[in-house]
Ligand binder design. Structure first.
Ligand code: DGP
Length: 114
């Protein structure tokens, strides 16, 4: 998608602090971190929201979580713990319409989330 900011990061048109990449998945640090570790894990292919997932996307969704686990280990938060969250649409708090798994850690998380 030519007007999607995360597609531009995938294509290298916008710089990002990348922490993981394979053929299907990219992970990079969030521009406005909400925790000492705040990484976004995205599929390279454009999917706007969770509502747009099809059965063909099942594998890449699994890859997002596998990548998040690798990044958590590499960044030293796997044992202390972390949170993964994917926001969907307005009331879910989604602001970038290319799905992304937030990986947050390095501090105590609270529940319920805001
Ligand atoms: P969400 O609200 O769930 O759609 O999260 C979008 C996140 O994307 C938000 O935490 C800020 C981050 N973000 C927005 N634009 C950029 C960008 O250009 N670069 C990076 N690294 N993060 C961005």
């Amino acid at each position: 998608m030519s007007d999607c900011i995360f597609c531009k990061i995938v294509n290298g048109d916008i710089p990002a602090d990348k922490v993981y990449e394979d053929e299907d998945v990219l992970a990079f640090r969030d521009l406005g971190p909400q925790a000492p570790v705040h990484v976004l894990v995205i599929p390279k292919a454009h999917i706007a929201t969770l509502n747009d997932l099809g059965t063909a996307d099942a594998a890449v969704m699994g890859k997002l979580y596998l990548a998040a686990g690798k990044v958590a280990t590499e960044l030293g938060i796997a044992e202390s713990g972390y949170r993964t969250v994917m926001n969907c649409n307005a009331q879910g708090g989604q602001t970038v319409f290319h799905i992304h798994l937030h990986l947050l850690g390095g501090r105590q998380m609270t529940w319920p989330p805001g």
